[in-house]
Design a protein around this ligand. Structure first.
Ligand SMILES: Nc1ncnc2c1ncn2[C@@H]1O[C@H](COP(=O)(O)OP(=O)(O)O)[C@@H](O)[C@H]1O
Ligand SMILES: [Mg+2]
Length: 256
């Protein structure tokens, strides 16, 4: 059986750094008659951690959902690993190696931690070796807290454990591009630190991460690049090296 380290190297090898993982151009989307995104441009390289900032209602969740094919009509271009996915249904987008962790986490309260982990199928990704998904053993060595809690019911898990489980669960599918929506929300600072270490571990193993965050202090030390959204548009983009100089702008836009 392969170890987590081997698995990680394999993921990193599949994801040659510097290559484009996600390329969004002119993305517009609607929920019914409501026009929500008005031309979003965003690009993420393999192995990068990119954070989407913005006030409530800016369109960050909608952007993640649009990437996953979960919104209504979408126009523009979304290329995942070079493939155009704008017209694809969600299950085919998942097959391109994308995993979405929604804000509400979706942990089944009546199932155990392990049963929750076993829910998603390991999807055979095109261009990757084997079935692609992480085994339970691999997940447990990466998330020792979950190994300890494997038989605990969903309702018995703490907020932090539930969040970890929600992220671990998408790794089972074999996704290498992770869309994480407000994972630090409502959690105590010490738990948020555990989640920060989890993000850094995933990054070191070659995963590409797009995360929506309200908690700027959590996101700032983790992300390579930042995008700021307002009214369904990207209004600022900058790298970690420019963060210091951008603080006044962020203060105006986000109040941080
Ligand atoms: N299912 C929906 N139907 C109609 N409008 C929606 C729906 N979900 C979100 N919206 C609207 O889309 C806009 C962007 O929301 P959202 O992407 O959730 O913002 P954020 O995640 O940045 O807080 C908001 O004005 C919100 O009211
Ligand atoms: Mg949101």
């Amino acid at each position: 059986m392969s170890t987590v380290t081997e698995r990680g190297n394999e993921a990193a090898a599949d994801a040659a750094p510097g290559e484009s993982a996600l390329e969004i151009a002119g993305l517009q989307t609607w929920y019914g008659e409501s026009h929500i995104l008005h031309g979003v441009d965003l690009s993420v390289k393999r192995g990068e951690v990119v954070t989407l900032l913005g006030r409530n209602g800016a369109g960050r969740t909608t952007t993640l959902r649009a990437i996953m094919g979960l919104t209504g009509r979408r126009t523009g271009s979304i290329r995942i690993g070079g493939r155009e996915t704008i017209q694809m249904p969600t299950y085919r987008i998942a097959h391109c190696g994308v995993g979405y962790c929604p804000e509400e986490r979706g942990i089944f309260a009546s199932l155990s931690c392990e049963e929750n982990l076993l829910l998603p199928p390991a999807i055979g990704m095109k261009g990757t070796k084997g079935a692609g998904g992480m085994s339970l053993d691999e997940i447990y060595s990466m998330f020792p807290n979950l190994a300890e809690r494997r038989n605990s019911q969903g309702t018995r898990l703490s907020g932090g454990e539930q969040q970890m489980l929600a992220v671990a669960r998408i790794l089972r599918t074999g996704a290498n591009l992770l869309l994480l929506d407000e994972i630090s929300e409502g959690l105590a600072p010490v738990i948020v630190q555990t989640l920060a270490r989890m993000i850094l571990t995933l990054k070191s193993r070659g995963y590409t991460i797009v995360m929506v965050e309200q908690n700027f202090r959590f996101a700032a030390p983790l992300a390579d690049r930042f995008y700021v959204m307002e009214h369904g548009r990207i209004v600022e983009r900058f790298g970690i090296a420019e963060l210091e100089g951008k603080m006044p702008v962020l203060h105006d836009l986000l109040g941080v």
